[in-house]
Design a protein around this ligand. Structure first.
Ligand code: ATP
Ligand code: MG
Length: 409
């Protein structure tokens, strides 16, 4: 088979492949981008594989960066873009079912394709457009089948992450797992516990964001892989409920976690613990612990000024979008308007500042200042008080008289 036309991304990388070839090396487009072109899907990164060793690649191109030189990857920088060029390699010694601790550079494309995970990911395209298909990946693409390259038991035993990758391809492509490949996952699911959380996290997030999420989640539960992922052991049923939700692919990572945590019905502190176990960033944890209660609220009520103000525009839009998954129509335009017309958008916009409140009332510095500001803030946001200095101070006066206990604490 030959590619009829090269997509723009491939055309951009063409001078690199040509240069490698004219220097006497082999060079091919490989990996996910080849698969995605053949599936008519948009591609994100173009991977180039070559018989040239890293030092040889570096000699040929003026501008390169050693991004993963130990694994044979050199980044080649052109005027238009950057491309990862990786030397053909085999991965020989695997320890503890993890990534190989040793890679060997080789001159043979076949050896390189053999170490790849699935037949649909083991296709290569040459500069004349010929598709090199040594493991019947084209047939599997046509039949929408995900099949390990070679013996699936050996392949998952070598690197258990491949099981999670299999599930994420099910979720993204809607392919079915070839029976042997599925059986091998069922047999070896517990090896997932050996994989570093960081690596599982990357695949798991992609997994949650696939267009065929429901099928992916069902395979995740059926294969019992979920049991060996951080903190999910007791949530098989909740994950199946998650699989029941209709709606488009989840657009962002924070929305994926929010939906998952909502389906798991976790408390805020359990969400924090679980996401820490998954080594999520503090920023992401902060967003999700705000979004989950906001979604719970939104499923029962309309937005009000105060909840919108507290959450902020972007997170509120993210939460509103999630209504899709509960068979409700999100109204994003309404949120944009409501937010735009909030009397203030942050404490900075309040017409009195903390020091002004302090000077005006001349009490000793204490928690009463922030309590007062917070009250003013909420009164203004909820529209009961105008954002004008005199009015705010008069209200504060009443408030402090009625709450004299604030000074005694
Ligand atoms: P995506 O479109 O999400 O980038 P991808 O298939 O390109 O999907 P990458 O993680 O970018 O996935 O990997 C690039 C290629 O490297 C894969 O297509 C596959 O051939 C190979 N590969 C990646 N991870 C593994 C692994 N754990 N075991 C074997 N081969 C792998
Ligand atoms: Mg890729």
């Amino acid at each position: 088979m030959k590619l009829e036309a090269f997509p723009l991304e491939f055309q951009g990388a063409m001078p690199i492949l040509r240069k490698l070839q004219s220097a006497g090396y082999e060079a091919y487009y490989v990996g996910g981008s080849v698969r995605d072109i053949l599936l008519n899907k948009p591609i994100h990164d173009v991977d180039i594989a070559t018989s040239a060793f890293p030092a040889e690649v570096k000699e040929l191109f003026h501008r390169t960066i050693d991004v993963g030189i130990d694994h044979g990857t050199v980044m080649v920088i052109t005027k238009e873009a950057t491309y990862e060029v990786t030397t053909f390699r085999t991965e020989s010694t695997y320890q503890d079912y993890r990534r190989p601790d040793h890679v060997e550079f080789v001159r043979s494309l076949k050896e390189d394709l053999k170490r790849r995970d699935f037949t649909i990911n083991a296709l290569a395209v040459g500069i004349d457009g010929t598709v090199i298909d040594l493991f019947d990946g084209l047939e599997d693409l046509r039949n929408k089948v995900l099949r390990a390259v070679g013996n699936p038991y050996e392949r998952f035993h070598e690197d258990a992450l491949r099981m999670m990758r299999a599930l994420r391809f099910v979720s993204h492509l809607g392919f079915t797992l070839e029976p042997n490949t599925f059986e091998a996952i069922q047999e070896y699911h517990s090896l997932l516990a050996k994989i570093s959380v960081e690596r599982i996290n990357v695949e798991f997030v992609k997994f949650m964001m696939g267009s065929f999420r429901s099928a992916g989640l069902r395979s995740f539960v059926e294969s019992e892989c979920y049991i060996y992922c951080p903190g999910l052991r007791n949530y098989g049923e909740a994950l199946l409920n998650f699989a029941e939700l209709h709606g488009p692919a989840i657009p962002t990572e924070r929305q994926a976690w929010t939906l998952l945590m909502t389906m798991l019905e976790l408390t805020i502190s359990d969400i924090r613990n679980l996401m820490k176990e998954w080594k999520c960033s503090n920023q992401l944890i902060k967003e999700v612990t705000q979004m989950v209660p906001a979604l719970r609220f939104r499923l029962k009520a309309e937005w009000d000024n105060w909840s919108l103000y507290q959450l902020g525009r972007e997170l509120a839009l993210s939460v509103e979008y999630l209504l899709y998954y509960f068979d409700r129509e999100p109204n994003l335009a309404k949120i944009r308007l409501l937010y735009q017309y909030l009397p203030i958008h942050s404490l900075k916009e309040l017409a009195v500042k903390g020091n002004e409140v302090m000077e005006h009332f001349t009490y000793r510095r204490g928690p009463w200042i922030s309590e007062t500001l917070h009250t003013l803030e909420q009164e203004v946001v909820e529209g009961r008080l105008k954002n004008e200095k005199a009015e705010l101070l008069a209200f504060a006066d009443q408030f402090l008289k009625a709450n004299s206990s604030l000074f005694n604490s």
